[in-house]
Design a binder for this molecule. Sequence first.
Ligand SMILES: Cc1cc2nc3c(=O)[nH]c(=O)nc-3n(C[C@H](O)[C@H](O)[C@H](O)COP(=O)(O)OP(=O)(O)OC[C@H]3O[C@@H](n4cnc5c(N)ncnc54)[C@H](O)[C@@H]3O)c2cc1C
Length: 413
Amino acid sequence: MRKILIVGAGQSGLQLALGLQAQGYDVTLMSNRTADEIRSGRVMSTQCMFHTALQHERDLQINFWESQAPKIQGLGVSVAGPESQRVVDWVGKLDGYAQSVDQRLKMAGWMETFAQRGGQLVIHGAAVSDLDYFARTYDLVLVSAGKGELVSMFGRDASRSPYSEPQRALAVAYVHGLGPRPEHPDYDAVRCNLVPGVGELFIMPTLTLSGRADILFWEGVPGGPLDVFQGVKDPAEHLSLTLELMEKFTPWEYARATKVELTDANGTLAGRYAPTVRNPVGRLPGGGLVLGVADVVVANDPITGQGSNSASKCAAAYLESIVEHGDRPFDEEWMRTAFDRYWETAQHVTKWTNAMLGVPPEHVLNLIGAAGQLQPVADRFANGFNDPSDFENFFFDPEKTSAYLASVGGTAA
Ligand SMILES: Cc1cc2nc3c(=O)[nH]c(=O)nc-3n(C[C@H](O)[C@H](O)[C@H](O)COP(=O)(O)OP(=O)(O)OC[C@H]3O[C@@H](n4cnc5c(N)ncnc54)[C@H](O)[C@@H]3O)c2cc1C
């Protein structure tokens, strides 16, 4: 039986651990926190996952919260005008629903399942020196430790990382008591509110520890009016800042938020990081090799809500690569091939996400505007969140955008 060590118990590490365990591998999972510490800790993400990523969980039969979590059937975009009015407003219908399950609930539950099924769970914050030792005793060591310190083992790939600084300041608040969306209250949707030059407000339903809730998530251009959460320790102050900014920049969303309360004292999060693609193979001081997983190797800004989706897709791709490789050694060539397989999907996520962080060119503004008049455009844009490779066909190149709009009866202007 092949022995595999997975360091980091997030979306990718746990999904891969449970998948390998089900195939009979001898899996050890190392986590720097216990399930209880995760459950009673701070929120980590907004973790909205779309159909393809959710299907990977269903395939492993680990979709334990699917029946309880809100089914997100649409994705809407609004653009704020200079008087904070909505100049663009539409909702696209998703072909398959999306869901957000608070990672505190999901990771704690998955970790307990892994241990109950006989997996070896080691509670320890791994250091490079630990990995040096373990690389000699395991057939394969995978590092799925998110954006933590272990990423320093994996060199930054400058050719795939156009930004060296954070492009947004992030501020999340989990709330109860948000009113329904004014436009389509009969089904749940993610709302993306774009405030040009200032940032974005995302609102989405989630399943948290206390049941159904909504997440208010500001992404602010660094140094701009939304970049005010750094150093705010008091969750109540974090929420009032969130609401003040909503009243000022997105009053249509504020109107339904006047009665909200935080879900719990750990229901806020603030931070920032530079989007970075890394070399997938880490070389340890003793010469051993480790393979980076998900955020360790491809960390995109959450503006497009892709990180958990990508983590699920990475775990699914690596699972296939490991199983197909049978008893052969997990050498550097295999590691690079496994990553290249994941990069087939991840490259589209990175390209689109980095584009969304910049100032949108005119043809993209036209496309977003046209979606307000042409439902097929709204639907296609929304479903791009599930499969970002489709943006190659109508988003990046002005000529392709014009041709697409013409094909659905719209104009490029
Ligand atoms: C504000 C915000 C909003 C987001 N919204 C979305 C969204 O809506 N949709 C979406 O798809 N993605 C979203 N993301 C991104 C998504 O949460 C991440 O990309 C995803 O969780 C990455 O999964 P992972 O398995 O790579 O790492 P993680 O989920 O970060 O897990 C890494 C784990 O490793 C542990 N660890 C770290 N160091 C060590 C160590 N030395 N030893 C042992 N364990 C260690 C950590 O504690 C953690 O449990 C968001 C992110 C943020 C910050």
